[in-house]
Design a protein around this ligand. Structure first.
Ligand SMILES: *[C@@H]1O[C@H](CO)[C@@H](O)[C@H](O)[C@H]1NC(C)=O
Length: 434
């Protein structure tokens, strides 16, 4: 009898649960369909595209995004959305919703790269030597698109969405500086969409756990004693010391790192000497190091310093290494929170269909969004922009980088849907009731 009752109870629970999750999936499908339809409407899409193109024409390097920041504030004013500015010099943090918990954040980066655009099109960069070649212009447009979608639903939001427009992603650690301000202290989770030219338009991809490497920069100076090339015994050869150090650095990954763990040490520049018959006083070189674990990153960093200092000493020179830690560097490893990843994946599948949400491989690239991921639940999803007729398959940071602008409707809808449904499922009132 008791067993039968338990069985009934169990059946009820199972049936009840599957019914509940089916219902909510249908709701999610309705929500995502509605958001995507709005973001694809001609007027909405053209507005977003216009925003992206205006930013694209006037690219600004890290912490100089004054014009971009102004454009964002003007659009937020038009949408009737309140914001705080300046946050970390040019950053803007807007807020939509009830003003209370839970607080979900969406982020866009604003800065461009020091690169000459070589794409011949009407809206190309008007600033010599600067270009939006990493899609940050479209990230801003998509986040403003999400802002518009969220604002139209502000009365039904079960919490607050913070829209984070961040400066200086490209080696300026803008995310770190945004965190110093304190305005993000109350957020529960943060989500970010980055365009990805290896994925077709209409496809998104990510993975749970580690996604991107932690990465640092180093700059070394080896000081010897300069003099006549014919009298090496009277001088201290910094060229030979540097050459030995560069070779020895390659052994950190090949001989000291577990072959099953990823690591990179690359020397990207080497400068020293002017003439064939002179031993120069000093040599400069530097590069990057990367790892997929924080332990790996600090081990490589420690060994870079030791190898350069000790190889210099072998050659009677003096080596010093600067890791630019005030920037601050290195960027930590980017780790996708598993629950948030699953949430965004589910929303993505409702929005685009299951086959269009892919598992992305690990990459050794970096993103300063990782600073958030060590403080809050955080996740990055990549958004496809590849379209053969537009040749938008050029890699990020290429001077030929092109975007399929149609993708911004997907990005705006995904941003908004991930935020709205996060608030729905983390609603404090709802959780207390259940
Ligand atoms: C590629 O871009 C063209 C021009 O915007 C568009 O007509 C076409 O639908 C796009 N193709 C895909 C697969 O999105």
């Amino acid at each position: 009898m008791v067993a039968l009752m338990l069985l009934c109870l169990l059946m009820q629970t199972i049936l009840g649960q599957s019914w509940a999750s089916e219902t909510s999936e249908t709701e999610l499908e309705l929500l995502t369909r509605e958001l995507l339809a709005s973001a694809k409407e001609a007027e909405f899409f053209e507005w977003m595209r216009g925003v992206r193109r205006r930013i694209h024409q006037y690219p600004e390097i890290g912490f100089e995004e004054h014009r971009t920041s102004q454009l964002i504030r003007t659009e937020l004013d038009t949408l009737g959305i309140e914001y705080t500015w300046p946050v970390a010099k040019t950053g803007v943090v807007a807020s939509v919703g009830s003003g209370s918990k839970p607080v979900f954040a969406l982020r866009a980066d604003m800065d461009a790269l020091p690169l000459q655009e070589q794409v011949g099109w009407e809206f190309k960069s008007k600033i010599d030597g600067k270009m939006h070649a990493c899609g940050h212009d479209s990230h801003v447009a998509m986040l403003l698109g999400a802002a518009k979608l969220l604002q139209s639903k502000r009365d039904i939001l079960k919490g607050t969405v913070k829209l984070v427009f961040q400066p200086g992603e490209e080696v300026y650690a803008g995310a770190y500086h945004m965190l110093q301000h304190g305005i993000l202290n109350d957020i529960d989770a943060i989500f970010f969409i980055h365009v990805m030219p290896s994925l077709p338009t209409g496809v998104i991809a990510s993975r749970p756990g580690p996604l991107l490497a932690g990465s640092g920069l180093f700059s070394a100076t080896i000081k010897g004693k300069g003099g006549h090339a014919a009298a090496p015994h009277k001088n201290k050869d910094s060229i030979l010391a540097a050459a030995s150090a560069v070779v020895a650095l390659q052994q950190i990954v090949s001989r000291e790192t577990n072959p099953l763990e990823a690591g990179v040490v690359t020397v990207g520049y080497l400068k020293g000497g002017e003439a064939g018959n002179v031993i120069p006083e000093s040599v400069n070189f530097g590069g990057t190091f990367r790892s997929l674990t924080m332990e790996g990153l600090s081990h490589i960093q420690e060994r870079i310093k030791e190898v350069i200092e000790l190889q210099s000493a072998v050659h009677r020179c003096e080596g010093t290494v600067d890791f630019m830690e005030e920037t601050p560097l290195p960027y930590p490893v980017m780790i996708n929170n598993e629950a948030l990843y699953e949430h965004a994946k589910k929303v993505g599948e409702a929005l685009l269909g299951e086959p269009n949400v892919e598992l992305h491989p690990l990459i050794m690239g970096t993103e300063d969004f990782s600073f958030y991921s060590h403080k809050f639940a955080a996740a990055i999803f990549f958004l496809g922009i590849k379209n053969e007729s537009l040749k938008s398959d050029q890699p990020l940071h290429s001077s030929l980088f092109v975007i399929d602008e149609q993708a911004s409707s997907v990005g705006a809808a995904l941003n908004a849907a991930v935020a709205i449904s996060y608030l729905d499922t983390h609603d404090v009132g709802n959780l207390l009731k259940s």
